[in-house]
Design a protein around this ligand. Structure first.
Ligand SMILES: Cc1cc2nc3c(=O)[nH]c(=O)nc-3n(C[C@H](O)[C@H](O)[C@H](O)COP(=O)(O)OP(=O)(O)OC[C@H]3O[C@@H](n4cnc5c(N)ncnc54)[C@H](O)[C@@H]3O)c2cc1C
Length: 258
């Protein structure tokens, strides 16, 4: 079985992330770029299946800028077999639709039985790329899985909803996305880090995945304005001198909360 894991490099969530308000994009130079944690979990789901099923190949696939190679090396050091990087500077600022079209074209080029993605990235956070990829490929899509069970010809999982949980199932080939409740990711060990340096990391252009290079810029959406969220203000402190209850009720009423 060939499992392709969609991974994205993101600014480290533990640092102070910044928006480039002029470009309307995440300022990727402002903090350490890392492999998105949700994608480490997606990779873990694939690796657990491979651990028990000889002949399984785990491929990482990412579309991103030059530095994405370091996130792919991290995934290789965790145990993935091969990495594929779609690299074209004309894709800078690619919107969700364009990203999904590029990933779907790359998946057609690599081939796959199962595609595993995160449910949403920690930077863009659109949460729709996996569904769009499935639509491009005309495949079933199981979304937001907390638990995943893969077998030779099927994939099943559990998705939490507001009112309970759903058990879902699809025949392969399929696309799934996993949540932060899915498998806890392993740490790369020393042997894995050394081995990762020798594993194949293939860089593909748009032409190499069968797309016209003009596709990158044609008719895409654009960010028109971008602004940082205003800093939090101090709030209102109520000292109880016998009227705190009334003041609190007035405050809630003025905010139309009661
Ligand atoms: C040169 C270049 C510069 C870029 N600069 C930016 C930028 O400044 N800000 C920004 O947010 N994005 C940037 N991107 C990436 C791209 O625009 C986003 O990945 C895309 O818009 C997806 O949005 P999302 O993260 O909200 O998707 P979501 O739908 O939230 O992502 C869900 C899941 O889909 C998969 N996925 C999403 N994007 C990718 C990807 N690119 N490769 C592989 N798997 C993916 C992952 O499994 C992810 O967990 C850049 C890409 C390139 C090529």
């Amino acid at each position: 079985m060939k499992i392709v894991v969609l991974v994205k490099q993101v600014p480290d969530t533990y640092e102070d992330r910044k928006l480039d308000t002029a470009a309307g994009l995440v300022d990727r130079g402002a903090c350490e770029p890392v492999l998105d944690e949700i994608n480490e979990r997606a990779l873990e789901v694939a690796l657990r299946y491979r651990d028990g099923n000889k002949g399984t190949e785990v491929v990482l696939l990412s579309m991103g800028p030059e530095g994405t190679a370091s996130a792919l090396r991290k995934g290789l050091s965790m145990g993935a077999d091969v990495a594929v990087h779609v690299l074209d500077s004309a894709l800078s600022g690619a919107d969700l639709g364009r990203t999904a079209a590029v990933l779907a074209a790359a998946l057609r080029a690599t081939g796959f039985d199962l595609v595993i993605a995160g449910n949403a990235s920690t930077d863009g956070g659109g949460g729709v790329v996996p569904a769009m990829v499935a639509e491009h490929l005309g495949l079933p899509h199981l979304t937001f899985l907390d638990a995943v069970e893969i077998s030779a010809g099927t994939v099943a999982g559990v998705r939490a909803t507001e009112h309970g949980s759903l058990g879902v199932h699809a025949l392969l080939p399929a696309v799934i996305s996993v949540t932060e409740r899915s498998a806890e990711a392993r740490f790369p060990n020393f042997k894995g880090i050394l081995k990762a340096k020798k594993k194949p990391l293939q860089v593909l252009s748009l032409a190499e995945i069968g797309l016209d290079p003009a596709f990158a810029g044609a008719g895409r959406s654009a960010v028109v304005t971008a602004a940082e969220r205003p800093a939090r203000t101090g709030g209102t402190r109520i000292t109880d001198e016998g009227t705190a209850g009334e003041q609190l009720a007035d405050f809630l009423a003025s905010a139309r909360l009661i």
